[in-house]
Ligand binder design. Structure first.
Ligand SMILES: Cc1cc2nc3c(=O)[nH]c(=O)nc-3n(C[C@H](O)[C@H](O)[C@H](O)COP(=O)(O)O)c2cc1C
Length: 319
């Protein structure tokens, strides 16, 4: 029995948590109701509880909650413990909730430490992934390296580059128990990305791995091009050294800036601003972020040219 079957999930397709409210109850519930595993990604214990309750009202199927370790506080873990699975990312893996816990990893060392910390599974993220990127090599390569050092029966899932059924098939053939897709579900009817963000992603043919939108979280992320990337990214896709230095020095303080202040900064953000926050454009957020903020997307945008209902995506991906 795979880890997903243990959860009561029929399809090996997992919808990645997409932060800042891009994936909320509507998307997660539609994915889970269609037989996959849907994931909620919002900030704050109250929002997690609210979104989880709203998802549970829409489906009896299992729902996951995603938490970013640099930001999650104790109360967020308490709220996430009400989910059927907790998926963590970015930081030292440590068990914080009693139920099923998976940790997304980008290196062999990180996978080893998640296993040692009693994670029920690791999600292996490749460099082709959208959003914040921990992986440095393609997902299938990293997956092979990680499987080679962990016990043969230890469950792994693969993230990065999943947009079609063949991608899921290849992940399963490589021994993964499931495939995690972010970008494909960003381009669903139910994702809460701003409509212009979805349109840009549908039109995009390439992406850039950068550190540009790093005020508050100076970590590599894969985005589509917009006015801000055109303004700041010349020969060096990471972004100007001065911007990165400011981001790095400011990050301890910026991380604990109250959410309201961060939102004020995001609202005022322009393509020419030197301080660029990681806040992405949601359909109920700030339209200025379509050109001044991060349009998180993975390399699969080159292969995706239509929005689809999330349930149809689950069916299209399931082998
Ligand atoms: C728009 C977007 C937002 C993301 N936000 C998060 C997040 O908040 N937490 C997280 O663990 N991963 C996040 N990711 C990364 C995913 O977990 C996953 O690794 C990635 O989507 C897989 O690659 P793909 O985009 O090619 O499917 C995000 C990805 C995208 C595309």
């Amino acid at each position: 029995m795979t880890i997903l079957e243990r959860l009561g999930v029929e399809s090996p397709v997992v919808q990645a948590g997409m932060g800042g409210g891009l994936s909320r109850h509507g998307l997660a519930a539609a994915v889970s109701e269609a037989g996959g595993l849907g994931t909620i990604a919002v900030n704050g214990a109250t929002a997690i509880e609210r979104e989880l309750a709203a998802a549970k009202a829409l489906t009896a199927a299992p729902i996951a909650v995603n938490l970013l370790l640099p930001f999650a506080r104790r109360s967020w873990f308490g709220a996430a413990a009400g989910a059927d699975a907790v998926i963590t990312f970015w930081g030292t893996p440590r068990r914080r909730t009693p139920g099923i816990w998976m940790h997304q990893c980008g290196t062999v060392a990180e996978a080893r430490s998640a296993h040692a910390a009693s994670a029920d599974a690791v999600i292996v993220q490749g460099v082709e992934a959208g959003g914040h990127v921990r992986g440095r090599i393609p997902a299938l390569q990293l997956h092979a390296r990680i499987r080679a050092v962990l016990p043969a029966d230890y469950p792994t899932l693969l993230a990065g580059g999943i947009a079609e059924r063949g991608d899921v098939q290849r992940a399963l053939e490589a021994g993964a128990s499931g495939a995690v897709a972010g970008t494909r579900f960003l381009l669903s009817d139910e994702s809460r990305a701003h409509p212009l963000y979805k349109q840009r992603a549908l039109e995009a043919t390439d992406t850039v791995l950068t550190e540009l939108f790093g005020f508050g979280w100076p970590a590599p992320h894969r985005v589509g091009r917009n006015a801000a990337t055109e303004r700041w990214l010349g020969a060096n896709p990471r972004g100007p050294r001065l911007n990165r230095t400011i981001n790095r020095l400011a990050s301890p303080a910026a991380r604990f800036t109250p959410a309201a202040a961060q939102m004020r900064l995001a609202r005022a953000q322009r393509p020419g601003s030197r301080l660029l926050t990681p806040v992405g454009p949601t359909d109920d957020g700030f339209a200025n972020l379509v050109d001044a903020g991060p349009l998180y997307m993975g390399q699969t945008v080159a292969r995706i040219d239509e929005l689809m209902p999330a349930a149809e995506i689950v069916r299209a991906l399931t082998p």
